[in-house]
Design a protein around this ligand. Structure first.
Ligand SMILES: Nc1nc2c(ncn2[C@@H]2O[C@H](COP(=O)(O)OP(=O)(O)O)[C@@H](O)[C@H]2O)c(=O)[nH]1
Ligand SMILES: [Mg+2]
Ligand SMILES: [Zn+2]
Length: 293
């Protein structure tokens, strides 16, 4: 039988069967343990059920992708959720989430939630700004069900991870599109959880045939400690229209004949995005130098 690992607890793998049915608790075939570098949540597996009704995983299908934060295999949609207000959007934090998501190579969608709390003009302006950078953007409201159908379409038949700062409405949005989930909402309880260092195991929730979502706890700190400084510009999609600076190693800071800086001066790249690039570059360089000093 074929199924998807939705949760891992203490060496047991909880597998959601491909054909509708209850989740099967599986152990892992000894010989498979040596072959794979562990099975991840999100993996598609072949399993059997023995005479005693216990499941055993015999085989893992090749992975299409591996997302590292959180650790999930075969994710093919990252939904980055922010709020129009309460909490206010912070451009640098948004760009950090975007960079992280672009670095994963998995297609993303920006959702600006709580649209009910701001004037239409203000909401459109924010959404259009990110559209102009090349992102897919959706405005939603859990209060008025705005964007519900589009969001459902976006996650249909996919493994999606909902990420973003705390309190923006990630869990509320998931409850909106899949009321059966009954996820806890309200930022306060999450803040307490974070302070206590509660372990956060990842879990996939099935919301439809072949549709899975992962809710993630909000976090305000993201460390871009894994990338090379030279890679960062590649995670700003609109920068790619201006290749071939004079130096191939150009970091677009103070180098002469830099096409990115030229595009900023000409108003073709938003100054706000270039500023955020420089700030994140300083952070990435800091980590990099610490590691290789
Ligand atoms: N006005 C308004 N409040 C919302 C909306 N979505 C969520 N909220 C509220 O925002 C708070 C945080 O929501 P939650 O889903 O827990 O955020 P999470 O931390 O991102 O999972 C809760 O009190 C929700 O009721 C929305 O679209 N409009
Ligand atoms: Mg939540
Ligand atoms: Zn340059």
């Amino acid at each position: 039988m074929v199924g998807r690992v939705v949760r891992i607890i203490g060496g047991f793998y909880f597998v959601e069967p491909q054909t509708p049915g209850p989740i099967v608790e599986c152990a892992i075939r000894g010989r498979l343990k040596l072959k794979t570098q562990g099975i991840l949540v999100g993996d598609l597996v072949k399993y059997t059920i023995d005479e005693d009704g216990r499941g055993v995983i015999n085989e893992v299908e090749p992975r299409q992708s591996v997302l590292t934060r959180p650790y999930i295999a075969n994710v093919n949609r990252v939904v980055l959720v922010f709020a129009h207000c309460n909490p206010d959007p912070i451009p640098l934090l948004i760009d950090k989430f975007l960079v992280l998501s672009e670095a994963s190579g998995i297609p993303n969608l920006i959702v600006f939630n709580k649209t009910d709390l701001v004037a239409t003009g203000k909401a459109d302006k924010l959404a259009n700004k990110y559209r102009s950078y090349g992102y897919n953007v959706l405005c939603t409201s859990v209060r008025s069900n705005l964007g519900k159908r589009r969001l459902l379409q976006e996650v249909k038949g996919k493994v999606s991870v909902f990420a973003g700062p705390s309190g923006v409405g990630k869990s509320a949005l998931l409850n909106m599109i899949a009321p059966g989930l009954r996820l806890k909402t309200g930022a306060v309880s999450e803040k307490i959880g974070r302070g206590k260092h509660t372990t956060r195991e990842v879990q996939l929730l099935k919301i439809g045939p072949d549709s899975y979502v992962a809710d993630t706890p909000g976090f305000s700190q993201i460390a871009l400690d894994f990338m090379k400084p030279e890679a960062l510009a590649g995670y700003y999609p609109e920068f790619s229209a201006y290749p071939n600076c004079r130096f191939t190693s150009c970091l677009h800071e103070t180098e002469p004949d830099c096409r990115i800086k030229g595009a900023v001066s000409a108003g073709l790249i938003a100054a706000e995005r270039y500023q955020s690039y420089l700030e994140l570059l300083a952070e990435v360089k800091g980590y990099w130098e610490k590691r290789y000093r």
